[in-house]
Design a protein around this ligand. Structure first.
Ligand code: ADP
Length: 261
């Protein structure tokens, strides 16, 4: 097959017998390449804020500056420091999720109160610039609370960050076609069709400059994808450029936790 790489080994034994062993190394080479790309991208992402911080420090050490300039530069340095912190936190989350072989514990996670809190946090992030609504049913899931929280939080913060001021965001948690579904719908900048398949790749961004200015790490949807893999869920994205997007996390019925009370 043209895009497979096969390793062939001829092993001799008992002087006259031989066996031919073939290994299909396509997948392991792909994984290697992905790992190398990840490290290259992550280093690049970390280098940018470090360069800014080092430049400011150098300048501050070597020149006199007024109090106002000093304050402004310290603020810029703090922003870059926070950016590195978000990036390292997301990288740790993602690597941890990938290295976990076991399925998440099957604790009952109460989704409605979790969403209530996350929507409050999204409203704080939006600082009154968007209207954010929530409609949630009392449906609970089996799984890991912190993993689900970080996946939900990523979808909400994306909706806020990629929706211009004055926009609307509707969050709902309900049964749809026998599956528990979290929908996050925004009327923001939207995504052109050709990008949709690649959004969950690490560091894939539609618009690099915009994502930087909106504080993204480029890892949010990769985290969402991994959390869903571990909770037998899937992500469905529909979007129209300049109109808005709909991100759905869809969980099988088998993942529901029956209510105790
Ligand atoms: P980032 O940190 O860059 O937001 P994500 O992995 O969360 O990284 O998302 C990947 C890319 O998908 C973003 O850079 C952005 O281009 C696009 N995207 C994600 N959510 C939305 C949304 N709600 N509206 C428009 N574009 C989005």
């Amino acid at each position: 097959h043209h895009d497979r790489k096969i390793l062939v080994q001829l092993i001799s034994f008992e002087s006259r017998r031989q066996i031919l062993v073939t290994h299909d190394v396509t997948q392991s080479e792909k994984t290697d390449t992905m790992r190398r790309d990840f490290i290259a991208n992550a280093s690049h992402e970390l280098r940018t804020p470090l360069t800014v911080i080092n430049g400011f420090l150098e300048h501050a050490l070597n020149s006199e500056m007024g109090e106002e300039t000093r304050q402004r530069q310290l603020k810029l340095m703090a922003e870059q420091g926070q950016r590195m912190q978000r990036l390292v936190a997301d990288m740790l989350t993602l690597t941890r999720l990938e290295s976990l072989v076991q399925p998440p514990s099957s604790d009952t996670v109460r989704i409605k109160p979790l969403l209530n809190r996350l929507v409050e946090e999204a409203r704080a992030l939006s600082a009154g610039k968007h209207s954010i609504s929530l409609q949630a049913q009392e449906i609970d899931l089996k799984g890991n609370h912190d993993e689900l929280e970080s996946a939900f939080a990523n979808l909400l913060s994306n909706a806020v960050r990629y929706t211009p001021d004055g926009g609307h965001i509707a969050v709902s948690w309900a049964m749809e076609n026998d599956c528990a579904t979290l929908s996050v719908i925004d009327d923001g900048i939207g995504i052109a069709a050709e990008h949709l398949d690649r959004l969950t790749e690490r560091f894939y961004r539609v618009d690099k400059t915009r994502s930087r200015s909106t504080q993204g790490t480029g890892l949010g949807l990769a985290i969402v994808k991994h959390v869903l893999l571990r909770h037998r869920g899937r992500l469905q994205i529909t979007s129209e450029y300049a109109k808005g997007s709909c991100f759905k996390m869809i969980f099988q019925r088998a993942q529901l936790a029956l209510r105790q009370d």
